[in-house]
Design a binder for this molecule. Structure first.
Ligand SMILES: Nc1ncnc2c1ncn2[C@@H]1O[C@H](COP(=O)(O)OP(=O)(O)O)[C@@H](O)[C@H]1O
Ligand SMILES: [Mg+2]
Length: 254
């Protein structure tokens, strides 16, 4: 399937990271919710201008979305689980303005492939990922304080995104602002600064706003909540604010 040519087509924002657990699904659902809240349909019978696609066979996006009361879910979602053709169709749908795609982690299919070979390989999962990437306008790569996620993040950028010329933004996720307090002289938070330095050293653009680690994010799927329905006080408000600021940065980067 060739990339969509229509300049007025939906913009596609894809969460991608080779490793599971960095926050792809959390960020995809919450960004779609914020975007959907800001772009309601012209009338209640019209389709939502904002859509989300779950391409992960594990189904996090749809399991979560299915628990959110319909009136509180301001986006439509589709489940591809790797089926081909649905993303291109959504992207060409004139009613859709934004599409947030949640992807599975991935691994090379061929351990003996040349180092510079494309690591997605050729299997069905690779084809599905390829289709998503062909339509992606902006990739978001979550980076967490967990050091073991750093190399897979770099791999995702160097081996998947850069060779395809896909614009990307690193998003620091699960930053623990409770323990990583600002230094009293510099005002800088050591762990956060290390993550930002990691990006700077590689010349990777990163979102100014980190997504802090809050329990409410981990509880939200079970409770059928997205950030747009977090309480507007205390830590819930701070958790909510992070995603709203990220949503602004994403729109600016598009
Ligand atoms: N900022 C955060 N604060 C607290 N928990 C988070 C945060 N981001 C993600 N999580 C939790 O971490 C786990 C992995 O996140 P998830 O979005 O499922 O990652 P991925 O989709 O990349 O595998 C989930 O349990 C999720 O609720
Ligand atoms: Mg996921």
């Amino acid at each position: 399937m060739p990339p969509a040519q229509n300049a007025d087509r939906a913009k596609v924002i894809t969460l991608i990271h080779r490793k599971g657990g960095a926050g792809k699904s959390t960020i995809a659902v919450n960004l779609a919710a914020v975007s959907g809240e800001n772009n309601p349909p012209a009338s209640p019978d019209d389709p939502c201008p904002v859509a989300a696609a779950g391409t992960d066979p594990q189904g996090s996006l749809e399991d979560w979305a299915a628990r959110v009361p319909e009136a509180r879910l301001p986006f439509d979602y589709i489940i591809t689980k790797g089926r081909l053709g649905e993303i291109p169709e959504l992207v060409q749908d004139p009613a859709v303005r934004r599409l947030y795609v949640d992807t599975p982690g991935f691994m090379e299919t061929d351990p003996d492939a040349d180092l510079d070979a494309d690591p997605l390989g050729t299997g069905p999962a690779a084809k599905a990922m390829e289709e998503v990437l062909e339509h992606t306008d902006l990739a978001l790569v979550p980076l967490t304080p967990d050091w073991l996620t750093h190399r897979p993040a770099e791999f995702t950028i160097e081996r998947i995104l850069k060779p395809r010329g896909i614009k990307f933004l690193v998003v620091v996720n699960m930053w623990d602002s409770g323990s990583d307090r600002p230094d009293k002289d510099t005002g800088l938070c050591k762990e956060l600064e290390e993550l930002r330095d990691w990006c700077r050293q590689r010349e990777y653009p990163f979102a100014a706003q980190a997504i802090r680690r809050y329990k409410i994010h981990a509880k939200a799927p079970k409770e059928g909540l997205t950030v747009i329905d977090y309480a507007e006080s205390g830590t819930a408000l701070r958790a909510r604010e992070d995603v709203y600021k990220l949503a602004l940065a994403v729109e600016q980067a598009l």
